[in-house]
Design a protein around this ligand. Structure first.
Ligand SMILES: [Fe+2]
Length: 289
């Protein structure tokens, strides 16, 4: 018997959207006033970020991935928050290594991608595309983003304008393709590119400075990229985080999201290739850089 259960077994029926219904979109002004989601991001391990989200009204707290149980427990203690959930984006050890210890210490529910459920330690609830995880006043929507790993998922909270994208998208970069292929990864990135442009993007790692250096080699005339690269150097000189980023900034400066751009295509010598092939060529170049 599997250790986990599918999400539909643990959520209330009135919280489920009808199957196949499109996401509800309302003009910005029409959004009801939402309680604030508190977000705490801090570095751990060599270059990972741990992220805690907290809904004060319900008292719920989730850790996005579990890179380092000790660091996460210390931060929970400092904030006075009790961990109720871990949301794993994918099975890699630097994202799930703290699962068991966090569960033992707090009794939290561990949620992770169905397609990798057998590789997520301590998983209680397995999720897949379109699932919605109730989190106090918020709904955490699951977006499947395979490529880095075959079951990778991102977690998106529309009302809070945030997405937690693990190792799929980075500031000015994208994840390495370990288990999927370039076409799959490009489709995953396109899903993230379709989120509201003001979505704050939390990523799994601080790779931004190296990503900026590479980005300038394929998109050297991009003024927004040039400015951002300088800004990133200044932040890293002071050991400050460059994350979260925002989707609109990425669309302007991240070459992995810009395979349609004529100047990038010219540098790669691929004027007429489909976007995913240009994306694949950028990924190949980055692998060799
Ligand atoms: Fe990873």
């Amino acid at each position: 018997m599997p250790q986990f259960k599918p999400l539909w077994q643990v959520r209330c029926h009135h919280e489920m959207a009808p199957l196949g219904s499109p996401p509800r979109t309302l003009p910005h002004e029409s959004y009801p006033r939402m309680p604030k989601l508190e977000i705490e991001q801090f570095p751990c391990l060599s270059d990972n970020y741990a992220v805690l989200i907290h809904d004060a009204e319900s008292g719920l707290t989730a850790s996005i991935d579990a890179p380092d149980a000790k660091a996460i427990l210390e931060r929970l203690d400092a904030k006075g928050w009790r961990l109720t959930h871990v949301l794993n984006t994918h099975h890699h050890g630097d994202h799930t290594g703290g699962n068991q210890r966090l569960k033992e210490a707090t009794g939290c529910t561990i949620i992770g991608p169905l397609a990798e459920a057998d590789r997520i330690p301590g998983i209680d609830v397995a999720v897949s595309e379109g699932d919605e995880i109730p989190f106090g006043a918020f709904k955490i929507k699951v977006i499947e983003t395979p490529g880095h790993t075959v079951g990778h998922v991102a977690y998106w909270i529309h009302e809070a304008r945030v997405a937690f994208v693990g190792d799929t998208l980075f500031a000015m970069g994208a994840g390495r393709i370990f288990e999927g292929n370039a076409e799959m990864m490009w489709k995953s990135l396109k899903k993230l590119m379709a989120l509201p442009r003001d979505t704050e993007i939390y990523c799994g790692h601080e790779y931004t400075a190296a990503n900026a250096r590479f980005a300038l080699t394929v998109d050297p005339e991009n003024a927004a990229l040039q400015n951002r690269a300088k800004e990133v150097d200044q932040l890293r000189d002071k050991n400050k985080p460059t994350l979260p980023t925002r989707l609109d900034r990425e669309l302007e400066t991240n070459p992995f999201l810009r395979p349609h751009v004529t100047a990038i295509r010219a540098i790669l010598g691929m004027p007429y290739a489909p976007d995913w092939k240009v994306f694949a060529a950028i990924r190949e170049r980055k692998n060799k850089s």
